[in-house]
Design a binder for this molecule. Structure first.
Ligand SMILES: Nc1ncnc2c1ncn2[C@@H]1O[C@H](COP(=O)(O)OP(=O)(O)O)[C@@H](O)[C@H]1O
Ligand SMILES: [Mg+2]
Length: 318
C-alpha cells in the first residue's frame, strides 16, 4: 500500500509534545519542525529525551500529551501510514547473528510486502549503497560492528522510506566506521531523503548536519540552522593570525588597534578577540597589512558545538 505525502507537509512537526514515565517528565512540550531534505542533528546528553522522541515519531510509543506529525500524518491516528514512510533504526537492535546478510534483508523486504521479483534488485541496491555488496553471503555474526550497523541502515532503507530516524547510529563505532557511516548519510541526503540522527557526540554532527536541535532534560534549548548555533549566545569572535617572522615582533601592532581585545601568542600565532559583533574583520586585516604586518593567514575560529552545548545546557552565556 502506498501512502502519498503532501508536498507542503514538513518531514516532522511536533506541537507541545510531552511524555512522562510515571512521575518523570522525559519530554516536556517539545515544539519541533524538521524540513524535508534536512540532515537534522538531534543532540543531547544521556537521558535528554532523544530516544523517547524518536520512538514517538516512529509510533512505538504514544505521547502523554501534545501531537506529532510525520510528513503530514498524525503518529497516533495514522500509525500505519507513518510506519510505511519512515525507516527507524533503534539505538540497540538484534542482529540475527546466524542469518546470512541477504536472508536478513529478504526477510524484512517480505515484511514490507515487496514482491520477490523486485526484492532481489532492492537488496542489491541497498547493499551497494551501504557498501556491503561483497558481504551478501556472509553470516551476520561474522561482520564487524561497523558493518552490522551499516546492515541495520540497509534494513531501514529496504522499503524506500522518505524519512530516516536514526538513534545514535555511530555510537560504539571506531573512527573509520564512523566516517563511513557519515559518508553514507550524506549520500542518502543527496538522494533526497530526510534524515534525523541523534547523538551525544557533537563534533561529528557539526560537519554533517545542516540543522540541529539541542535538548536537555526533555526541554528544547535550541533548534535551527547549524550556523545559527551559538550566535545568540555571544557576539564575541576569536581570530588567529599567522605572520611571516616572529609573532612577538608584531604583537604590539595588534595591541594598538582599539577594537582588538586580549591579543596573545598561542602556538606561533597571534590570537585576539573582537567583542563588538558589528566590527568588520576585513578592516582589521587591511589596517594590519598597511602597517607592514606580513600576514600569511587570518581566520576566525569556528565556534565549537561542544562549547555551545555546554553553554546552552548550563543556562549560562559566555
Ligand atoms: N521505559 C521507561 N521507563 C521509565 N523511564 C524511562 C523509560 N525510558 C526512558 N526513561 C527515562 O526518560 C528519560 C529520557 O530517556 P531517553 O529518551 O532514553 O533519553 P536519551 O535517548 O536522550 O538518552 C531518562 O531520564 C530515562 O531514564
Ligand atoms: Mg537514547
Amino acid at each position: 500500500m502506498k501512502y502519498p505525502t503532501h508536498p507542503d507537509a514538513p518531514a516532522v512537526k511536533t506541537e507541545q509534545l510531552s511524555r512522562t514515565y510515571e512521575s518523570l517528565v522525559a519530554l516536556n512540550s517539545l515544539d519541533l519542525v524538521v524540513n524535508r531534505g534536512d540532515l537534522f542533528g538531534f543532540i543531547g546528553s544521556n537521558g535528554a529525551g532523544k530516544t523517547t522522541t524518536l520512538r514517538i515519531l516512529s509510533t512505538f510509543l504514544t505521547p502523554s500529551s501534545g501531537r506529532a506529525e510525520v510528513l503530514g500524518y498524525d503518529v497516533v491516528r495514522k500509525p500505519d501510514a507513518v510506519r510505511h514512510i519512515i525507516g527507524y533504526m533503534p539505538d540497540f537492535f538484534g542482529v540475527y547473528r546466524d542469518m546470512v546478510v541477504w536472508e536478513y534483508l529478504d526477510f524484512f523486504g517480505a515484511c514490507y510486502q515487496i514482491k520477490s521479483r523486485e526484492r532481489d534488485q532492492t537488496i542489491r541496491d541497498v547493499l551497494e549503497l551501504v557498501g556491503l555488496s561483497e558481504k551478501k553471503d556472509q553470516l551476520i555474526g561474522a561482520l564487524s560492528r561497523g558493518m552490522q550497523q551499516r546492515l541495520g541502515l540497509a534494513r531501514v532503507l529496504i522499503h524506500d522510506p522518505e524519512l530516516l530516524l536514526l538513534d545514535e547510529p555511530a555510537s560504539g563505532l571506531d573512527p573509520r566506521a564512523r566516517v563511513e557511516m557519515m559518508a553514507i548519510l550524506q549520500e542518502l541526503q543527496k538522494m533526497g531523503k530526510t534524515i534525523i540522527i541523534s547523538s551525544h557526540i557533537l563534533s561529528e554532527l557539526q560537519a554533517l548536519c545542516n540543522r540541529v536541535a539541542i535538548i536537555e532534560k526533555g526541554t528544547l534549548k535550541y533548534a535551527g540552522p547549524i550556523e545559527g548555533v551559538g550566535q545568540d549566545l555571544s557576539q564575541q569572535r576569536h581570530f588567529r593570525v599567522l605572520c611571516s617572522g616572529s609573532p612577538e615582533e608584531f604583537l604590539p601592532r595588534f595591541m594598538e588597534l582599539p577594537e582588538v581585545s586580549d591579543p596573545v601568542i598561542e602556538k606561533g600565532r597571534i590570537r585576539f578577540t573582537l567583542e563588538d559583533g558589528s566590527v568588520d574583520p576585513s578592516g582589521i586585516l587591511s589596517r594590519l597589512v598597511s602597517q607592514g604586518v606580513p600576514v600569511r593567514d587570518f581566520h576566525q575560529e569556528e565556534i565549537s558545538l561542544e562549547k555551545v552545548f555546554m553553554n546552552y545546557t548550563s543556562g549560562e552565556t559566555q
